[in-house]
Design a binder for this molecule. Structure first.
Ligand code: CTP
Ligand code: MG
Length: 258
C-alpha cells in the first residue's frame, strides 16, 4: 500500500477480555474458529493487510497459552518486512488493555490502529480504507455499517407498569451507524485523548465504549469509512456460528466484501 509508506503504523490488538457472553469458559481470543484460536485469525488478517510496522497484543494477565499462540505466529510470520509483534498484559477493562498496548508503541510511529481480537474476519480492505483516511489527513477514523434495525432510546418503567422499560425516543435511522474496528488515530492525538481520559471519574470512564469517543470528547473530528459485514464482533454463540459459516461458505471473507 502506498499510504503506509508515509505513515508508520502500530496496530494494537485487544485480546484480554474473558468472553463471558460467549460462555466457553476460556478467554474469547482462545476460542477456536475454523479449528484455530480466534486471535490467530485476527493476527493473520492484520499481517495480510500489510499496513503494520509493529503489532502490540494485549492478552489476559498470566495467559501463557495465548502468549505462546502469538509467539508461534511471530515465528511463522518472520521475514524481512514482517512487523515486530509484542505481547503485553491487558487490564480489567478494554480501555486499560488499550493503554497497556499503547505504552509499548515505538516512539517514531505516526499512527495507531486499534482492533478487537473479537473481530477475527475483518477484510484487508477495511484496514486499507482506515489507513487511506489517515494518510489523507484524518486524525481519527472509524469503520462503520448502516444500522438495519430501528433503534430506540428507553428509560426504566415505573414499578407495576405493564413492561420493563418505556420508549423515550427514536433517532433517525438514516443517521445511525454501527461502529467497528480497526479504529485509526494519529498517535499524538490518541496519546492526548488517553491522558485526558485519565482525569475522568469512574462513572465517566464506564460510559466510554470505544476509543473514538475519547477523541470526540476533545472536539477532534472523527471520520467514517465503510466497514464490512465480515468484520462482525463475535460476542455471543450465534455470532460464532455466523463466523464459522463465513469461513466455510461461498462468501469467504478474504475475497468477497460485505
Ligand atoms: N478486551 C480487552 N480487555 C478487557 C476487556 C475486553 O482487551 N479487559 C477486548 C476483548 O478481548 C475483545 C474486545 O476488547 O477483543 C471487545 O470486547 P468484548 O467483545 O466485550 O470481549 P470480552 O470482554 O472478552 O467479552 P464479554 O464482555 O462477553 O466478557
Ligand atoms: Mg467485554
Amino acid at each position: 500500500m502506498n499510504e503506509s509508506v508515509q505513515l508508520k503504523i502500530a496496530v494494537l490488538v485487544v485480546a484480554a477480555g474473558s468472553g463471558e457472553r460467549l460462555g466457553h469458559g476460556v478467554p474469547k481470543a482462545r476460542v477456536p474458529l475454523g479449528g484455530e484460536p480466534m486471535l490467530v485469525h485476527s493476527l493473520r488478517g492484520i499481517l495480510a493487510a500489510g499496513v503494520a510496522h509493529q503489532i502490540a497484543v494485549a492478552v489476559p494477565t498470566g495467559d501463557e497459552a495465548l502468549r505462546a499462540i502469538v509467539e508461534s505466529l511471530t515465528v511463522e510470520a518472520a521475514g524481512e518486512d514482517s512487523p515486530q509483534i509484542t505481547v503485553v498484559d491487558g487490564g480489567s477493562t478494554r480501555a486499560e488493555s488499550v493503554a497497556a498496548a499503547l505504552a509499548v508503541v515505538d516512539a517514531d510511529s505516526t499512527s495507531v490502529l486499534i482492533h478487537d481480537a473479537a473481530r477475527p474476519l475483518t477484510p484487508a480492505e477495511v484496514y486499507h480504507r482506515v489507513v487511506k483516511s489517515l494518510a489523507g489527513g484524518a486524525l481519527a477514523v472509524v469503520p462503520a455499517l448502516a444500522v438495519v434495525d430501528t433503534v430506540k432510546t428507553v428509560t426504566q418503567a415505573p414499578a407495576g407498569s405493564p413492561g420493563v422499560e418505556l420508549v423515550s425516543g427514536t433517532p433517525a435511522r438514516s443517521q445511525l451507524r454501527a461502529i467497528q474496528t480497526p479504529q485509526g488515530f494519529d498517535l499524538a492525538t490518541l496519546r492526548q485523548a488517553h491522558s485526558h481520559a485519565a482525569g475522568l471519574s469512574a462513572e465517566e470512564s464506564a460510559a466510554i465504549t470505544d476509543d473514538a469517543m475519547l477523541v470526540e470528547a476533545m472536539g477532534v473530528p472523527v471520520y467514517v469509512v465503510h466497514g464490512s459485514a465480515h468484520s462482525l464482533k463475535i460476542t455471543t454463540p450465534t455470532d460464532l456460528l455466523l463466523a464459522e459459516a463465513m469461513l466455510q461458505g461461498p462468501l469467504a471473507p478474504r475475497w468477497v466484501e460485505g
